[in-house]
Design a protein around this ligand. Sequence first.
Ligand SMILES: [Fe+2]
Ligand SMILES: [Fe+2]
Length: 331
Amino acid sequence: MSSTQNKGLEAIADTQMTDISKEFFFEGMLLPVNVYLRINPGSYLIIGKKGDKASFAQLHSYNNPNVNAYVYHSDKPTLIQYVQDLTTKVLHQKNVPEAVKVKFISGLAEEGLDSLAKSGFTSVSQLQKVSELIVQMAQTQAPFDEIFKVMVDLPASEAKHGMTSCMICMLLCEEMQVKLPAAQEKIAMACLLHDVGLKHLPKSIFEKPRHLWSADEMMAFEQHPIVGVEMLRDIKDIPSDVLLMISEHHENSLGTGFPKRIRDVKISPLGKILILGNYFSNLLFSATGKPYTPDEAIQYIEDIMGQPFNKQAFIGLKNIVNKKYLADKKA
Ligand SMILES: [Fe+2]
Ligand SMILES: [Fe+2]
């Protein structure tokens, strides 16, 4: 519980609060939750109350880069959903300002960060680092506008899956020493767009478990990587290796994936990373079954699936999970 002190400061336990990117707020938007600045540990200044219009830009403390905006943990999903809905509405209008597009990506990144942090995959600071990198890369990519048009039309769950896959892959890149910005940009773009081909599948497919799919439904699903490439092919500035990665995202090293059933040697180097990042994201955030913890997901891949992914990528993934485990143990 909070108690009011002088100067408008409130004493609130830090464990109840979570920081949120300042870029996330639109000036003038109606606030769906209370917003605070963290002045000192355990000491917060309320700068906007639920129902007020956001008016932060003139606040001296708000513009201090060392001071973060905070909301209650329990309020963060409400805020993210609200801003996402607002942004999506604006994004469907003509002549969308660049800043609004950036907010859309930042919102997705916040949501991805939150989900991955809750899953216990890696530390919040690591996730913050990749989240900032992704937002920055999205803005500098040549087909920025086109990517946005595609992403805005995706169902919210797909856009979020693209983002969590992207964050996992960025961490894998770091672990596997894939440091070239051009390579990281390509893999990020492929991650964000990899499932666009699902858009053309009938919704009824996703309303039942996979073992109840007919042969035709299974065949249609297995074509979604290729359908996705067809949808994106005409967008100028999407590099051909991004399209290749998208076409490969359900293949695996043993040649038991789809649609081409190619083996590791035939899969592109960056595709090997996307394949694992996508699969791992699906295990952590399964829409149809019980989500796995990172440890359970690793064990499932090894013991049940017989580790069908690229060896180096899988070692990288295990390293990320083990580092988090050791850091938690130390703490
Ligand atoms: Fe897919
Ligand atoms: Fe996917």
